[in-house]
Design a protein. Structure first.
Length: 192
């Protein structure tokens, strides 16, 4: 099981294929740490990884509409909690279409940067932060708000400012300028 999981994660990082990873059950922190060490560094950025993923076309479109492609393709490093297309489908009808309008670019940027943390934080490191924090870790996002990370039934859960949560469904997809953790729900920052 461990070798199969390591091979799967290594393949995801090498091919920068978030689509393959989005269907996996999150591995235990020890397995994730070992796989991340063994996985070769990806040649593309985290934006390239999202573009390569058929499960993240909505995220890519939103990043483009917000004008964040160049920023997220920069040196970083960044940790991105990347919502899938299905996560965006959970938003109220018309919300995404409204946010991607030019006049709402700032609001869209606030939401997207709430999914980004400065630095490269692997799943194992995040797990260690949760353990050191007595069961939770506070992450300061690039947007300036905070997310609370906890572990529920072995999976990492992020709780946003409103108390809603997202679960990490695939971890440690490595890019040249950071790491991506796939999440199943769009998290929202506090009101401006």
């Amino acid at each position: 099981m461990k070798s199969t999981l390591r091979l799967t994660l290594a393949s995801c990082a090498a091919l920068v294929a978030l689509a393959a990873c989005a269907q996996q059950t999150p591995p235990a922190a020890e397995e994730t740490a070992q796989a991340a060490v063994e996985a070769p560094a990806a040649s593309g950025t985290i934006v390239d990884a999202a573009i390569a993923s058929p499960d993240h076309t909505t995220l890519v479109s939103a990043v483009q509409a917000a004008g964040l492609v160049e920023t997220l393709s920069g040196a970083g490093p960044f940790t991105v909690f990347a919502p899938t297309n299905a996560a965006f489908d959970k938003l109220p009808p018309g919300a995404l279409q409204s946010l991607t309008q030019p006049e709402n670019r700032d609001a869209l940027s606030r939401i997207l940067t709430y999914h980004v943390v400065s630095g490269r934080v692997s799943a194992a490191e995040l797990g260690a932060q949760i353990d050191a924090g007595g069961g939770s870790a506070t992450l300061t996002t690039v947007q300036g708000g905070t997310l609370t990370a906890t572990r529920v039934n072995g999976a990492i859960r992020l709780t946003d400012s409103s108390g809603a949560y997202a679960t990490v469904t695939a971890a440690d997809v490595v890019g040249s300028n950071g790491v991506i953790h796939v999440i199943d729900t769009v998290v929202t920052p506090p009101a401006a």
